[in-house]
Design a protein around this ligand. Sequence first.
Ligand code: 4NP
Length: 146
Amino acid sequence: MTKVLFVCLGNICRSPTADAVFSGLAKQLGREDIQVDSCGTGDWHIGYPPDQRAAEEAKKRGYDMSHLRARQFKADDLDAFDYVFAMDSKNLADMNVGQNHSAQVGLFLEMFDGPGGDVPDPYYEGGFDHVFDLIEAQSKRILSNI
Ligand code: 4NP
């Protein structure tokens, strides 16, 4: 099994989007060897389902987020997963990644020669359509490399 974790701030917008999109694309590719999860560095939304705006955009694009519930990132995740992808640079900094962990950790959009930069936080500003576009394209790139 290859285990992949997506990390954002609240675990209700960007990382559950990546969770649902990456899982959906992996399934389409017949990649039953891939397991996906997501979490947030913050604790405000623990136990909550994804943001309604993300869930609606997911449905439009044929992905299902309805089973997802927010949980908080923990240091053990850096050993429990093979890949840990942060959605923005603050999320990456907030994970306090040290030296002694087994996961490959990095900024989601930078991996495997992606476009780089942050996935913008859509919670206050909106822009879920653009967030989904970025996540779909980069998920395809990652899936062709792992
Ligand atoms: P996410 O978005 O990190 O993509 O899940 C956010 C969700 C909630 C908050 C901020 C960002 N918040 O401040 O509550």
